[in-house]
Design a protein around this ligand. Sequence first.
Ligand SMILES: C[S@@+](CC[C@H](N)C(=O)[O-])C[C@H]1O[C@@H](n2cnc3c(N)ncnc32)[C@H](O)[C@@H]1O
Length: 473
Amino acid sequence: MDAANYANPLTELATILYSGIETLLSEYNHQGVAFPLLSQPFTPSPLDTNSVVNESTCLIIAAAHQIIATVRAPAESIQEHATGAYTATALNLCVDVHVADILQGAGAQGIHTRELGTKTNIATKHLYSTARILRYLSTRHIFQEIEPDVFANNRISSLLIKPHSLNEIDANPDIEFEGATLAGFVGHATDECLKASVLIVPWLKDKSTQFPSPFNMSIGSSISLFEWFEAPENTRRLRRATAAMTGGGERFPATIFTNVTHCLTILGFNWKSLKEDAVVVDVGGSVGSVTYTIFQQNKHLRYVIQDLESIINKEAKQYWEEKMPQALTDGQVTLQVTNFFEFQPVQNAAVYFLRLILHDWPDEKCLAILKILRRAAGPLSKLIVFEQIMAYSCKYSGPFADVSNPIKAPAPLLANLGMGAGGFITMIDMQMLTLFNGKERTVTEFINLGSLTGWELEDVKPGLMNAMVFSAV
Ligand SMILES: C[S@@+](CC[C@H](N)C(=O)[O-])C[C@H]1O[C@@H](n2cnc3c(N)ncnc32)[C@H](O)[C@@H]1O
């Protein structure tokens, strides 16, 4: 090939990168907002949910990761990834001994690691190891070393700061993770998930059915993660994981459940199309926070929130009594103890919906849930599944290809934009595998689950989380 006409993928990646950066900065300029600096603590910005910013950010991250993968010595890439557990452990330490919280007090001048001893309970003889751990993270742009052995927060590490002060936490350790969504996520991911993840390989090779998941192998029991959390010795872990999951939920704005137009795209199901008093069932709804979002804009419907007894009779009852007690007394909202593997008490509902349920379970369990719903459904009932859709990292041109890869990836980027868009869902997929033998599914997998249980996928509303609308067949 003529060298002059040869398009080197690296040059194409650099073009995507530069053009993404130009678009990003010009949107900030256009909106009159200064672009945030990595060295400054995080503050929320009106542009955090701006679609131009989000799309160009995905392209920049995708291109930058692919450039690194291209130019870095392949052996170094393997070594870096194979030792990823050190990043997890280092973050675990920082959350456990409140490093980001302590550094917050020192501001931009930071703290020398020798001063961390009294504040963190780390033994004096190990303080230099702490400096090494913080340097490891600073090298990866989490914290910053501003002078030798002196560390300060940056935009990323500042997100680990817990809302309650250390004095308040000392006085009442139960509040440690209240509102601390990322600290909670770090604790959950680097304790129970990490310990279970090292058993993925032996679990995959285990021909017995003794352990439903690598997590079960790690605890030597087949009880679910949720049951395990109920043991008194796991109360702190439960609080931590709950904070993490609440944060995960906040990642998906309420608008994805209601019917809105966003950048010419219709998100969410059109609840207004349902008749007065039509019944909507939130299956495995926990406290019913999604129902609450829908209910606020759709007072013409009736709602049933179903979950296990411990959730319905305690947390869900408390949630609705605080938020909207009248909805309970009027009977517009019903809280119902139901095991979705056993029976569906509401026949012929207008809508049965499942949010973040199917990804917790392997296929055979999902088929059982969907079959029971189909038996209860009437001919016009709809099933709505709110989940993320896993995109292939290669090209896909089958049904619903547009929603599977909503941002078109220019060559030579991966079709799912690699770390630009596929990073989060593939990470959650590994967590589902580790904890539950669950999975994030491709659109084809959702279509197949439906067709094996009498549900046909008729529409997919795109978004950070998709609304997949099935009709009964
Ligand atoms: C990941 S949470 C999702 C909760 C809710 N749909 C949401 O999106 O906020 C999974 C829910 O399934 C419930 N669950 C687990 N097993 C269940 C069962 N057999 N029957 C009914 N609910 C169950 C759990 O109690 C939990 O509330």
